[in-house]
Design a binder for this molecule. Structure first.
Ligand SMILES: [Zn+2]
Length: 292
């Protein structure tokens, strides 16, 4: 029957020789999280499932060994199709290996003009450069280590502040007329002292004062997902604390490289920085509840 074939095709757009792959969103966006579900073509059980997307290892989990679930991330710089490689283990048989091309939607980020204090547009001296590099390396280390943490989050995700977005993710930034960077976070409004809460369960991986971020808190949600909270007036948690969805972790501030108080919210999957608001668009229920 043609109609059901078409319907099936629209729900299973990424069928390969070995696997059936469901993506949410169906056509992932630059800088966005993606929820990936994989089944073996004949719907048989697999003993394990792993994969790679955009340089990051994917750790799948499953309730029934048939439907395997993971998060993934589409880099903001992904310009065309991304290769998703999958490896499915089968008892007593050679593993199934396949690669599928995923078309990537353009992010349409836009550009904003900023005028900043010349103090900030000067090239940093060598001591400051070393500090910035060290802080960046530490952030990447936290992200890589997160793959060894079991999944602590369980959907859905909540915003750390129930306020409006004052600067969107991905916008190109021209400082004094020169394109210098992209805004790889989301700014949420708040005055100094306003509470910042955890968007989901996680472990506090870092509390520190950094050059760009001022007072920061990093949360490791496990299996590669890390979120960070910048420019805080203060942190109200310590490294090693487990926080639950909605628990306070700090207070809005204007510390670090900012002109006014706000929360800069970061999300990373592995070392890829992504739009934290894209987490809100994922169903995520299949991770915690077996499908009927
Ligand atoms: Zn920001």
């Amino acid at each position: 029957m043609l109609l059901s074939a078409v319907t099936l095709a629209s729900f299973r757009p990424y069928a390969t020789e070995q696997f059936i792959i469901d993506l949410t969103p169906r056509q992932p966006v630059q800088g966005g999280f993606v929820e990936i579900t994989v089944r073996v073509q004949d719907h048989s059980r697999a003993t394990m499932m792993t994969g790679r997307l955009a340089g990051q290892t994917l750790y799948f989990e499953s309730h029934d060994s048939v439907a395997w679930h993971t998060l993934g991330g589409i880099p903001v710089t992904a310009t065309s199709d991304l290769q998703l490689t999958l490896v499915g283990g089968r008892a007593g048989e050679a593993p199934l290996i396949d690669t599928v091309s995923i078309p990537v939607q353009e992010g349409r980020f836009g550009v904003e003009q900023l005028r900043v204090n010349p103090r900030f547009s000067r090239k940093p001296d060598s001591a400051l450069s070393a500090r910035i590099a060290r802080e960046y390396q530490r952030a990447m280390q936290i992200s890589r280590a997160s793959f060894r943490t079991p999944r602590l989050w369980s959907g859905p995700f909540q915003r750390p502040r129930p306020t409006r977005v004052t600067s969107r993710f991905g916008r190109g930034r021209e400082f004094n007329g020169e394109l210098q960077s992209r805004h790889l976070g989301v700014d949420l409004a708040g005055s100094v002292g306003a509470p910042v809460v955890a968007p989901n369960r996680g472990v506090v991986a870092l509390v520190d004062s950094t050059y760009y971020g001022g007072n920061v808190v990093y949360l490791d949600h496990g299996r590669g997902l890390v979120t960070a909270y910048l420019h805080l007036s203060r942190a109200t948690v310590s490294v090693g604390d487990t926080v639950l969805t909605g628990m306070p972790i700090g207070r809005v501030g204007a510390t670090g490289r900012v002109t006014a108080a706000h929360l800069h919210w970061i999300a990373r999957f592995g070392t890829v920085t992504l739009n934290p608001l894209s987490l809100e668009q994922l169903p995520l229920a299949a991770f915690d509840r077996p499908e009927p």
